[in-house]
Every structure is written in structure tokens, then in C-alpha cells.
Write a protein that binds this ligand. Sequence first.
Ligand code: DGL
Length: 281
Amino acid sequence: MVVAPDSYPGGREFDPRPWYFSSMQNPIGIIDSGVGGLSIASSLIKKLPNESFIYVADSKNCPYGQNTREEIYKLTTKMINFLLKQKIKLLVIACNSITVSCINDLRRDYSNLPIVGIVPVIKTAVEKTKNKRIGIFSTLITANSSYQKDLIEKFAKDVFVLNKGSLSLVPLIENLNFEAVDGVLEKELESFKKGNVDTLALGCSHFPLIKDRIQKHLPGVLILDSTEAVSRQVERILAHENLLSKTNNSSYNFYTTGDLKTLEYFVSKLTIKAKTNRISI
Ligand code: DGL
């Protein structure tokens, strides 16, 4: 099965079909089941300071991983339709669960919207490992997905791969319960220690938000997230289409369907002037 045009699910880049909204000034949309995608937003804002962003966190329905593929698709289309009303020029799916469950269906059904997804940087992990032992730490749905298994088969055939999913971390991060996060990490990272992996790819956008905590449990292990790869891909596509904004009057709007406090906590770490709001979609 072919999983992506190259190592990364950047999508139908350079597709000649017309885009819905192709003005440089239009914002970039970012979605996630919750606040995890703020790790991607942070990287994008730094890389593309002239761009405006609209972020939707569906924290009310988080985690998505507990749903069926059909439910995930339905919840995701609600966020996309909300963003299309605001004329986004490109969509970033900053959620591995959505990407592995239904990015191909979304690309088919929104064929005039360029969509960039997110998966763990398995290929980079294989390039970086010195002892040929890598770990992939994601949510359970992503760890068990055929999408991820295909990526492992494609890029990591020649190394030892420890592919592990967590069920409990995402809700704890959404609840800002960092004490409990540390307890879970202690238990769940043990197998990576025992497995002697020297490189760990994160397969959940919530996890870069707790990267320092993960690192504390795995000293000496190289921890890779996908934030830079996603940002590079977005820049590449917009540059190719001559759609990068050239003026610096960017705006940043963050919406959540859930608890505003959680959103505000993580948005405040971005140190930008941003608006935060609760919505129902
Ligand atoms: N941030 C999502 C991800 O990257 C969280 C997972 C979920 O809601 O299932 O997969």
C-alpha cells in the first residue's frame, strides 16, 4: 500500500486543481482533537511569521482515539467546515489519530483544499539511530493503525522498532494534570528503556508539549517530534503556489469546543498576541 507521495503525508502538493481560497492573505487552518496541535502551531508561527492562523481544538470530544473511524471523520468535518467559512487557504491536520484514520477520505471529499497531515518521523529516526533500535510513542489508535504499520514497513524494515501506544496521557494533558502525567510516563516509558532504544519518534501532537518530561525519563535518548517536518511542508506548498503572505499583519485566533482554561494555558506559552474563544460547532 502506498501511504504518501513521499516520506511525509504532505498530500496532493503541486496538484493542478484549483484551490478553494487562493489569496496570500487568507489564513492557515489548524485542527486537532485538542490542544496538542499547539505544538505544531508554535513551530508554524515561528517559521511563517507573516501568516495568520486559525486553530480549532475539539477538546470536548478529545481523545478522538476512542472513536470509530467514521466518528472521527464526522467530528473532523465539523472543524473543517467551520474553518472553510473563514476561508482558510490550507489545512493542517495537527493530529495523528485523524491523519491515520481518514486523511485519504478527507483529501477525496475536500479535493480543493490542500491538506497537510502529521505522522511520526520514522524515516528520520531510522537515519539518526546509532544502535539501530528506535521507539515510536503515540496513542493506541495510531500505534495500531495500518497507516503507521505501513510506514514502519516502508522506512524501518532494517532496524528494531518498539511501537507503543498510550491511552491515558492525552486526557491528562487536556486536564493539565502534570503530576499524573509524570506517573504515567514512569510506567509507560519503561519498555523503551528496557528495549535500549536510542531514538524515539513521537506520534501524538500532544507529546511535544511534555517533551521535557519525557526526556527526563529517557536521558540520553534522542526524541524527535514532527513539528518541524510539518512546518517545512506547509512552507514548501505555499511557496510553490506563490501563496506565502508577504505582509506582516498576522492574526492568531484559537478556538476550543472544550475548556477555555486549558487552551489559554498552552496559548500563553506561545508568547504571541492571540485571541482565544470557546465555540460549539
Ligand atoms: N493530538 C492527537 C494526536 O496527535 C491526540 C490523539 C487523540 O485525540 O486520539 O494523535
